[in-house]
Design a protein around this ligand. Structure first.
Ligand code: BV8
Length: 233
């Protein structure tokens, strides 16, 4: 299972590349890069503080809730997300692989220690490490930064050994995340996409549903559970 910003859209969180997208107002290279942070940590933190403020008031939607329920429904289930909003965890998913980090976590640029605090708004912009006084940065993966090797390796291993791979709510333009569903399909998995719009992955999908995840996932869930009960009879 790979999710992107689209699964949080029905919770009221702007996606990146949609009409109301976060990138519409800002250019990614202006803000989600290490060089932008070094150049102007205050501006980058103001952007993240603004996003934390939006996310803090939002709740998981039925799409998140169905995936949280599938953790216990399927014998093996892996949720890999590009999202940093923490809504999968808020919906009850316990085992979430966060490819791009988490907006509620911060990392000391000197000690590399990771902390998590939910101040909204941030008390200090930019925030400093309480231990050594160095700048804190968002514990997220910026463009041009490598993803955590262990997380990436685990994600490709999970993708290339699964029976069914879903890509839900992602425009599939960001690498290497967008290659995960392809590695699943190449390994023989059924690949299912859920997105109101077509993406570069659509042509590789066995089924591509032009639908909103918050609407379709509950229907899929009900049908799967009905068939599972039928089998038991
Ligand atoms: C890296 C930061 C090594 C946190 C983000 C090939 C291989 C490797 C790298 C590259 C490559 N080609 C290019 C690169 C470089 C770059 C990249 O991918 N650039 C792209 C833009 C071309 N990749 C990297 O830099 C990565 N690093 O690989 O390291 C390296 C290093 C240097 C040079 C080469 C390689 C790091 C990528 C991580 C970047 N960080 N975010 C933050 O501030 O958020 S990416 C950002 O985009 C978010 O994390 C987001 O999750 C991600 C993907 O976006 P989506 O989630 O797909 O969201 P989007 O808005 O685009 O789409 C939403 C979709 O939902 C739409 O399709 C819409 O139709 C749909 N939707 C809307 N409503 C609904 C819905 N779907 C369902 N239901 C609905 N209701």
């Amino acid at each position: 299972m790979l999710t992107g910003a689209g699964i949080s859209a029905e919770s009221g969180i702007p996606t990146f590349r949609g009409e109301d997208g976060l990138w519409r107002k800002y250019r990614a290279e202006q803000l989600a890069t290490l060089s932008a942070f070094i150049q102007d940590p205050k501006l980058v933190w103001e952007w993240y503080d603004w996003r934390r403020g939006i996310i803090d008031t939002k709740e998981p939607n039925p799409g998140h809730e169905v995936l949280a329920g599938w953790e216990g429904f399927f014998p093996q289930f892996a949720l890999i997300t590009q999202n940093i909003d923490g809504l999968h965890q808020k919906a009850g998913s316990n085992n979430v692989t966060e490819l791009h980090g988490n907006i509620w976590k911060q990392r000391c640029i000197e000690e590399k220690t990771i902390s998590e605090y939910h101040d909204v708004p941030l008390k200090e912009i930019p925030p400093h490490c309480p231990e050594c006084g160095a700048l804190l940065r968002p514990h997220v993966v910026w463009f041009g930064e490598s993803l955590d090797g262990t997380i990436l390796q685990k994600s490709f291993m999970l993708s290339s050994t699964c029976d069914v791979m879903f890509a839900i709510g992602t425009s599939a333009v960001v690498q290497p995340a967008a290659s995960l569903p392809l590695s699943a399909a190449e390994a023989g998995a059924k690949f299912i996409e859920i997105n109101p719009d077509p993406t570069p992955l659509t042509s590789y999908a066995d089924f591509s549903f032009r639908a909103k995840s918050g609407e379709l996932l509950p229907l899929l869930d009900a049908e799967l559970r009905r068939r599972s009960e039928e089998k038991k009879e």
